[in-house]
Design a protein around this ligand. Structure first.
Ligand code: HEC
Ligand SMILES: [Ca+2]
Ligand SMILES: [Ca+2]
Ligand SMILES: [Ca+2]
Length: 260
């Protein structure tokens, strides 16, 4: 049973190199995981997912965003949870962004669990990202499900439709991108509750809304707090057609006002 003493000079040298290499490598791996994945891998427009490095093997699990309301209230805070599971996998990760129709980051993330989640708080209009920490990979949790929770505060002035995009990873815990299964999902939320309520006071009052939209479009007036509520014909843009549509609705038995 040869100990170190019985190794040749070359073998001893090799051993030293492996030990030395391991000491250097370990902190890098740990730092890598503590930092979490790089920004911009949520599957949002213009972004790839974790699968671009971790392969695209298909799994038997799921990635779900819960807590997002179908309709958000301006300025209100919502607890959001991201849950992932996959039989046989043992280590987990995620990244999430909230993006408006123009592709900009929307609203604000507030961490409620800084042990397991961290925030990339980027200067607007860049997107912010919530993602796992090293502890938040829940290493050794066989099959899952595991979840991460945080708050999302809707913007005070609504850019309209906002979509939460999440990418998740069901990993095998070998500290390499091999053997892992990538997921992505998204869910949309809208501020439009009262179609045609351009001034955002909660009720539709015909001529008052028309005046508000005309002022906004042609006289540099205040923007609707929820832009979608001024998009009365629901075609995704606020313009003169919405004015005509509202006039038709009010005075010519035209079709109902809608949310886009
Ligand atoms: C640019 C390439 C790249 C992207 C994109 C990437 N990763 Fe990784 N990931 C790595 C590498 C390389 C490792 C190996 C360990 C290390 O270097 O930190 C790793 C390791 C991991 C591990 C541990 C894997 C295991 O089997 O133990 C998790 C968990 C993880 N990444 C999560 C994510 C998540 C979640 C995303 C997407 C939001 C993501 N990664 C996107 C390169 C990437
Ligand atoms: Ca792996
Ligand atoms: Ca109103
Ligand atoms: Ca319109």
């Amino acid at each position: 049973m040869g100990g170190l003493m019985h190794l040749s000079g070359f073998q001893r040298h090799l051993m030293g190199a492996i030990i030395f290499g391991g000491m250097i490598l370990l902190p890098i791996l740990v730092i890598g995981l503590a930092n979490g994945p790089a920004d911009s891998y949520t599957g949002a427009p213009g972004e790839a997912t974790c699968g671009s490095c971790h392969g695209t093997a298909s799994g038997n699990g799921s990635l779900v965003i819960s807590g997002t309301p179908a309709k958000y209230t301006l300025g209100q805070t919502y607890p959001i949870t991201v849950t992932i599971q996959n039989t046989g996998q043992t280590r987990w990760g995620f990244e999430l962004a909230a993006v408006d129709a123009a592709g900009k980051g929307a609203g604000q993330f507030i961490l409620t669990d800084p042990v397991n989640t961290q925030l990339s708080d980027n200067a607007a209009p860049a997107r912010d990202y919530v993602k796992h920490t090293a502890a938040g990979t829940f290493n050794g949790t066989l099959d899952g499900p595991v979840s991460w929770s945080f708050n999302w505060k809707a913007p005070n002035v609504g850019p309209g439709k906002i979509t939460l995009f999440a990418a998740g990873l069901a990993a095998d815990g070998d500290m390499t991108p091999a053997g892992d299964i990538a997921y992505s999902t998204s869910i949309a939320t809208s501020c439009c509750k009262v179609p045609g309520d351009a001034n955002g006071n909660g009720v539709f009052s015909g001529i008052i809304e028309l005046t508000f939209i005309i002022n906004y479009l042609y006289k540099g007036g205040q923007a609707p707090s929820c832009l979608e509520q001024a998009d009365a014909n629901g075609d995704g843009i606020v313009n003169v057609r919405d004015i005509t549509y509202i006039i038709n609705f009010l005075y010519k038995h035209g079709p109902n006002l809608v949310c886009p």
